[in-house]
Design a protein around this ligand. Structure first.
Ligand SMILES: O=P(O)(O)OC[C@H]1O[C@@H](O)[C@H](O)[C@@H](O)[C@@H]1O
Length: 423
């Protein structure tokens, strides 16, 4: 395997090799193969939107290139359009990062360009959440156990919450984030992928076609909870505050932010999965930045038992299955009789904690791309569906129909919530 770097900037080979070696070291890749790749890597300065530059690059890569577009989406589209004019060898694989387009129509256009170049299963739309061991645990937990899957439907489940609250603030990412916001950055992409894993039907195998078909099916059934976006979405942005002992400026004051854009740093959206299994169960998705507490988990809250025998008293909370995305954890809240009065109930949590996966999430999805396995990549139709789901909400937000609330950095977010309480 060889690595060819390319970009508009100038790098001499020595500086480039040093950077690659250092990057490998940060992820602990120091075996002989990594060493060889770092020693032999080359860098070609190129404008990847120009055909002659692309020809040079393709020649340097040989016939089985895996091209990773670490570029802003608009530049990726121009590079792919230029590539489609000159064609690529049949074995080429394309790897792209989100956002895939900026709406359903844009995603469709991008998909048309990409599938004009290579077949769909040679396109790897990277969503690193699909490489998180904890997110992938959902599949084993659901489909390799007798006890959960029969209960995962509207008869037994009251609500599903998918939450990714971060303590990180903007962290100098205005160039990308200010044009995206929490809804596009997290919900349209990562959290809808998690929803698909939680709500999809069991695939007969983990084959890319079967697995991605089941995800696509459930996303096609997903829509905003209400036709009125105000009834099923909230947006907010952080103001100045203190986080982990350091002062955080208001989002609007961060370097590179255009305050007139009204970009949200926290988004909450309720969606319905409109099929027999999930009809009537709200799926509540939330993600926010600069919050006081990082809470990153999916919580399935079950309905209460139909009847608890008279004489059993005390704390009675719904059963909850929690799948933590960091720290990695699966927990089940149950009520038992407890150690004291045998007829007074006690809440207990059955819990399993895991170590990290063998590779970091990006490593997992990249390994799949290099091995030519599309299972963990977002299929083109799915990317379009994810835009279709959030579009009415995005439109209402852009039109200013829903107020942009505020919360101080370091707080729990704006008061009240569309989500159930953590419990
Ligand atoms: O916790 P992780 O793996 O970095 O994932 C969260 C990040 O995911 C990225 O895709 C988002 O752009 C970031 O805004 C977010 O912070």
């Amino acid at each position: 395997m060889s690595l060819v770097g390319s970009g508009a900037d100038h790098w001499d080979d020595e500086g480039w090799r040093r950077t690659v070696t250092e990057s490998f070291a940060t992820v602990g890749a120091d075996g002989p193969q990594a060493e060889q790749v770092a020693q032999e890597t080359r860098y070609l300065q190129a404008d990847v939107t120009r055909e002659e530059d692309l020809r040079r690059l393709l020649a340097a890569c040989g016939g089985r290139a895996v091209i990773y577009f670490a570029l802003p989406p608009t530049v990726t589209v121009r590079a792919c359009t230029a590539l489609s004019r000159i064609g690529v060898p049949a074995a080429t694989r394309l790897v792209l990062e989100k956002p895939f387009g900026t709406d359903a129509a844009g995603a469709r256009e991008l998909n048309d360009v990409l599938t004009g170049l290579v077949p769909e299963d040679h396109i790897h739309r990277v969503d690193h959440f699909l490489g998180m061991s904890t997110v992938l645990n959902i599949i084993g937990l659901r489909f390799a156990n007798r006890i959960f899957e029969p209960l995962l439907n509207a008869t037994h489940v009251a609500t599903v919450d998918i939450v990714f609250d971060e303590t990180l603030a903007l962290e100098d990412r205005a160039g990308y984030y200010d044009g995206a916001g929490a809804l596009t950055d997290m919900i349209q992409s990562h959290l809808l992928q998690v929803l698909a894993l939680l709500a999809m039907d069991a695939p007969p195998s983990m084959d890319a076609l079967e697995f991605r078909d089941r995800k696509a099916q459930v996303l096609r059934a997903t829509r905003p909870w209400s036709e009125d976006p105000a009834a099923c979405s909230r947006r907010a942005r952080y103001t100045a505050g203190t986080l982990g002992g350091r002062s955080v400026p208001a989002y609007a004051e961060e370097k590179g932010v255009d305050p007139a854009r009204a970009t949200e740093t926290l988004a909450e959206v309720v969606v319905a999965v409109d099929n027999w299994r999930w009809a009537g169960v709200p799926f509540r998705l939330r993600s926010g930045k600069a919050l006081g507490v990082g809470r990153q988990e999916a919580v399935i809250t079950f309905r209460l038992p139909p009847r608890v025998p008279d004489g059993l008293t005390g704390h009675e909370r719904p059963n909850r299955l929690r799948i933590g995305f960091g720290p990695d954890r699966v927990a089940l809240d149950v009520n038992i009789n407890g150690p004291d009065d045998p007829f007074v109930l006690d809440p207990v949590t059955l819990e399993a904690n895991f170590g990290q996966g063998q590779l970091p999430p990006y490593g997992e999805v990249l390994r799949a791309a290099l091995n030519g396995d599309a299972t963990l990549s977002v299929r083109g139709d799915t990317a379009e569906q994810c835009w279709r789901i959030v579009e009415p909400i995005l439109a209402a937000w852009r039109a200013g129909d829903i107020p942009l609330e505020e919360y101080p950095a370091g707080s729990d977010g704006p008061s009240g919530s569309l989500l159930s309480q953590p419990g």
